[in-house]
Ligand binder design. Structure first.
Ligand SMILES: [Cu+2]
Length: 355
């Protein structure tokens, strides 16, 4: 053991086969996310599903360890709440200029400590004090203005996915380039094309600026509305808590197990539209799997017809898409990354379907 413990043990090295398979169960307890797994063991006793089937093995439920942490993150500590981020769309301020709709947002980059799992804090970089940043929502064809101020101690930018001129692309060395502390710039472009997009900082090192929290969803609605639905935003992310360029915590909307602890309540039979963005750094692949149901899937949301009818979607970095689903039955339905390791480390939750 001593030879192994002399090294800085990283989850990635272990998973990459640095240790023999036989050593893994022991080493597993030494790796940096031990706290999560300790919590998993302790949580085994308090895990109980609603509506348990009489006679079903309690051990099977508790031992399954859906929940990997003890307690919950108090939203007041972070100043934002994953339960609210889900349905929080920022439509900005709208004015009419020469017969045209102009939509405007004020965005400030700020350094801020946030809690991503109970007792697990990271020094995040945020847009408007939250991770993910506000879900910016516009309509195809509008003129958009994003008044960005860098209130952080580090240089940042805002890079939007979409169609626009280079000087508004928010990358170092072009147009305003990197904006130092106190710097400001108004990014201006047309809302195009309709679909589900994202924005993020593009300063270098890029992986650091993104993984610390500078990103958000950016929705451009088509000119003719999508059908009425209960709409949700899920930004799949993760956190490197020990600076080894691998994530120790995985989540949707930042807080591990947030929707496990407080399932997302939806109505049976109602159309649910989920805007899913993958901004996970360091891991090449993320995924979304829904239990006991199937959904229509619109990659990037840029076409009106779904490409797939499925229950699992694989996402590379920056990929995103719109899911539309109706739940035919009441009850609790799990959703999670089908990359099982991510689910164990926080990326899982439940829909609670009610009448
Ligand atoms: Cu940055």
């Amino acid at each position: 053991m001593s030879e192994l413990t002399d090294h800085k043990l990283s989850r990635r090295r272990l998973l990459g086969g640095a240790a023999g398979a036989a050593a893994l169960p022991v080493l597993h307890e030494l790796i940096p996310h031990t706290g999560v797994h300790d919590g998993l063991a302790r949580a085994a006793g308090d895990h109980a599903m609603d509506g348990e089937i009489p006679g079903a093995s309690k051990a099977a439920h508790s031992g399954a360890g859906h929940r990997g942490t003890v307690g919950s993150v108090n939203p007041a500590v972070n100043g934002f709440d994953p339960a609210e981020i889900l349905r929080d769309f920022d439509e900005g301020k709208v004015t009419r200029v020469a017969g045209r709709t102009v939509r405007e947002w004020d965005i400030v980059a700020e350094d801020k400590e946030i809690e991503v799992a109970p007792g697990v804090k990271v020094e995040a970089w945020t847009y408007n004090g939250r991770v993910p940043g506000p879900t910016l929502r516009a309509r195809e064809g509008e003129r958009l203005r994003v008044n960005f101020v860098n209130g952080s101690r580090h240089p940042h930018t805002m890079h939007f996915h979409g169609i626009h001129r280079d000087i508004h692309d928010g990358i170092p060395g072009v147009g305003p380039g990197n904006l130092g502390p106190g710097g400001a710039f108004t990014y201006e472009f047309e809302a195009s094309p309709f679909g589900l997009h994202l924005y993020h900082c593009h300063s270098t090192p890029l992986a650091e600026h993104i993984s610390k929290g500078l990103y958000g969803a950016f929705i451009i609605d088509p000119k003719d509305d999508r059908p009425q639905a209960d709409e949700l935003v899920m930004v799949m992310n993760g956190f490197d808590t020990n600076f080894d360029r691998a994530n120790e915590i995985y989540a949707v909307n930042t807080v591990a197990f947030a929707y496990h602890d407080r399932p997302i309540r939806v109505k049976r039979g109602e159309l649910i539209r989920i805007y899913v963005v993958n901004i996970l750094e360091f891991d090449l692949v993320n995924s979304f799997h829904l239990h006991a149901n199937f959904f229509d899937y619109y990659p990037t949301g840029t076409k009106r017809e779904p490409r797939d009818f499925t229950d699992t979607v694989i996402f590379g970095q920056g990929e995103r898409g719109i899911m539309e689903v109706r739940f035919p039955f009441t009850g609790k339905y799990m959703f999670h990354a089908h990359v099982s390791e991510f689910a164990d480390l926080g990326w899982m939750g439940f829909f609670e379907v009610v009448d």
